[in-house]
Design a protein around this ligand. Structure first.
Ligand code: GUN
Length: 284
């Protein structure tokens, strides 16, 4: 049986460190604020936004929630982003994705001030991640890196395979592993013989979005297996991209779903918001 990586415990530690730092800033009269914008009624997004607000409360940030109706126009949303860009109480701005179909995610993100873009989705921040010179972490990939670190596994020289090439997870994940001198392969839907490539990995990150797709025959004996997936199985139960039952006896370390990567993403968002706040207040 693999060691199970406890994302809740690792994220609790990250948040506790942030809480202590935030308390010290408060004593100097500095408060940190995160604005969270949600448009429409997507139930999953509503849960994510609630969890982000709860995390703000836990670490001592002010959170400002803007819940806009489904029929919000591009102009209205841009006007709100502009207002938040210019609000000194707001250190970070997060627009929950996906937006309703009539709104252009990319265009909205491009209008968030890069120094308030705590998701690190703005092209300026994406570019900084690429060249390894960044202050904002890509939240989910950075959370994955913390989980790998918690296992004591060295990344340098290791075979790292990332399954998935999204802009939010797969691509920045590959960059972070590369910055730590892993030998990185990115796989996707057109990859030939995915099993052969995946089972070379000492560190395997699955971010495909297909329930329980990664079975034991994709996994090298003793590998570190990180599951970024968040799917529903045939019974409507939350599950990852990795078939946990099949992989748990082959992997060296494995993350559960829920309780693995999910809590880390939010902890990293808090870290970015603290970074933004310190930057805005000139704190080193
Ligand atoms: N939707 C799903 N994940 C995320 C995320 O990390 N940030 C934002 N803004 N929207 C999301």
């Amino acid at each position: 049986m693999a060691n199970i990586i406890d994302g809740k415990a690792v994220s609790a530690q990250v948040k506790e460190d942030i809480r202590i730092e935030t308390e010290k800033l408060k004593a100097q009269g500095i408060e940190i604020g995160l604005a969270v914008v949600i448009v429409g009624n997507d139930p999953a997004s509503q849960v994510y936004v609630r969890n982000k607000e709860k995390a703000c409360e836990a670490v001592g940030f002010n959170s400002y929630k803007y819940a806009l109706p489904e029929e919000t126009t591009e102009q209205e949303l841009l006007a709100l982003v502009d207002k938040l860009n210019n609000d000194d109480k707001v250190d970070g701005i997060l627009v929950q994705l996906p937006l309703p179909k009539h709104l252009d995610d990319k265009m909205i993100i491009n209008n968030i001030r890069p120094d308030k873009d705590v998701d690190a989705f703005h092209p300026v921040n994406v570019g900084k991640i690429m060249i390894g010179d960044y202050s904002f972490l890509p939240c989910t990939p950075a959370g994955v890196m913390e989980l790998i670190k918690s296992t004591g596994t060295q990344i340098e020289g290791k075979e790292c395979v990332v399954i998935g090439r999204s802009n939010i997870v797969g691509k920045p994940q590959a960059m972070l592993l590369l910055h730590q001198s892993g030998t990185v392969t990115i796989c996707h839907s057109k990859t030939k013989d995915l099993k052969a490539v995946a089972s070379r990995a000492d560190i395997l990150v699955a971010a495909v979005g297909r329930a329980k797709m990664i079975t034991a025959d994709y996994v090298k004996q003793g590998a570190v297996v990180i599951d970024v997936g968040m799917n529903r199985d045939e019974n409507g139960k939350l599950c990852g991209d990795v078939d946990f039952e099949s992989v748990k006896d082959k992997a060296g370390y494995i993350t559960p779903v829920p309780g693995g990567v999910g809590p880390m993403t939010i902890a990293m968002l808090m870290k970015n918001t603290l970074t933004a706040g310190k930057d805005h207040h000139g704190v080193k």
